[in-house]
Design a protein around this ligand. Structure first.
Ligand SMILES: [Zn+2]
Length: 130
């Protein structure tokens, strides 16, 4: 990748990175420890636990994306020619995919094989035919 396309990807990555940083972590409500509070409204506890779980999984996803974006920026700067090519089959990744996910390392086809090996279809070995 080079020229304007590369500049655009760099911009996309940096914008996304800034947006993630500005968003910050979702505050996780502390678990009530004061025993006198328990029993006041027993229904509230499961709700708090659920929102804690949601907040922490969101924070994890955000940290993960930030890491992927940092890696993508590093790859873009160190090896711009390879940027935008699938790491597995070395075909160009679809521009629409890169727009939506500038840190993508694989084309849709290769990614789906990694994420869902079941979709690979039947893999026949030579011995199947013996
Ligand atoms: Zn590929």
């Amino acid at each position: 990748m080079e020229g304007e396309a590369l500049t655009r990807m760099r911009q996309l990555l940096k914008d996304r990175r800034r947006a993630l940083l500005e968003e910050g972590d979702v505050p996780i409500e502390r678990i009530r420890k004061d025993p006198s509070e328990i029993g006041g409204d027993e229904d509230e506890q499961p709700l708090t636990e659920m929102s804690q779980a949601l907040a922490s999984s969101r924070n994890r996803a955000r940290t993960q994306e930030l890491r992927l974006i940092d890696e993508a920026i590093a790859r873009l700067e160190s090896d711009p020619e390879m940027f935008g090519l699938c790491e597995t089959c070395e075909e160009p990744i679809a521009p629409k995919r890169l727009e939506a996910m500038p840190h993508a390392r694989m084309c849709v086809g290769c990614q789906s094989q990694v994420e869902d090996p079941v979709k690979r279809g039947p893999r026949r070995k030579l011995t199947d035919f013996v």
